[in-house]
Design a protein around this ligand. Structure first.
Ligand code: HEM
Length: 258
């Protein structure tokens, strides 16, 4: 009697392609935007706050967008990543660099990034509030992020997590080109290597720059700036419908009273 191949074995080509694609879009693209947004803290609390305000202007759409374009694709990529690491999917990942240090680092950094991202979400995202985290307040972006990361050991662990995620994406860009047959000759692979290194260095600078910027932040001063920005925002808010009705009713009263 022959063993029936598992679901993963039967669909491994498609699943591996989807895993690889998810690593680039949306997860990789999100990582790039996220790190560059965070680096804006180097321009001061107002600069970071205005970018956070832009993201939160999505309002009730923010949660579905986060779930559909960040959490679910990342969970899919991570689950398949663990299956690959545990050798649950045969004949995948047979790159020309098999056995070399980058192959091992790609897997190690994926696992470090996984632990880091879970911790990061618990610590800063509102989802982590029931667990004693959720310390990031979008109306006080710089001051709350700076306070959460103030202990040196927290920033040190963030540096390890961010650098792992950056290495994983930059090196992953190179392996992805092999998965999809984009670079096949040694010369093309060499050129792709240069691109990966440049992407890695720029993202590492952005990630570490944001950590440095938060360490250097004067938390009290940042809070004052954020409070002032919130006041300005509230002043510019259009009136709600109850206020409009009230104003319309009193104007009608004035007319009928004439
Ligand atoms: C920061 C978020 C992440 C991004 C941007 C990302 C991106 C990528 C990219 C672009 C690749 C290359 C795909 C290919 O070679 O075709 C890759 C490979 C890989 N990722 Fe991720 N990934 C992330 C998180 C994770 C997590 C949490 C895990 C869980 C362990 C993981 C495990 C893996 C593994 C094992 C590979 C290599 C697969 C192989 O050797 O064939 N990744 N990732």
């Amino acid at each position: 009697m022959t063993d029936r191949p598992s679901f993963l074995e039967r669909h491994q080509f498609l699943i591996y392609r989807l895993f690889s694609l998810a690593g680039l879009i949306p997860v990789g693209a999100f990582l790039v935007v996220h790190l560059l947004t965070n680096a804006s803290v180097l321009g001061g609390a107002a600069s970071f706050q205005s970018r956070v305000d832009m993201i939160h202007s999505l309002g009730p759409l923010l949660v579905p967008v986060e779930v559909a374009f960040i959490f679910l694709p990342m969970a899919f990529h991570a689950v398949i990543g663990f299956v690959i690491i545990a050798n649950g999917m045969p004949n995948v990942g047979s790159y020309p660099y098999v056995g070399n240090v980058r192959y091992t680092l790609q897997r190690a950094t994926g696992m470090i990034a996984f632990v880091f991202i879970i911790w990061h979400i618990i610590q800063l995202h509102w989802l982590g509030a029931p667990l004693g985290g959720g310390q990031f307040d979008p109306h006080h972006a710089t001051s709350t992020a700076a306070a959460a990361l103030r202990p040196t050991w927290v920033t040190a662990l963030y540096a390890i997590g961010v650098l792992s995620a950056v290495f994983h994406l930059a090196n992953g860009l190179w392996t992805l080109g092999i998965t999809w047959g984009i670079w096949t000759s040694p010369a093309a692979m060499q050129r792709a290597n240069v691109v990966s290194v440049v992407v890695g260095v720029v993202l590492a600078a952005a990630g570490l720059g944001a950590l440095g910027g938060l360490q250097a932040t004067d938390i009290e001063q940042a809070r004052k700036t954020e409070d002032w920005m919130e006041e300005q925002r509230d002043r510019l808010q259009p009136p709600d419908s109850a206020t409009i009705h009230q104003a319309a009713a009193s104007s009608e009263d004035r007319h009928t009273g004439e």
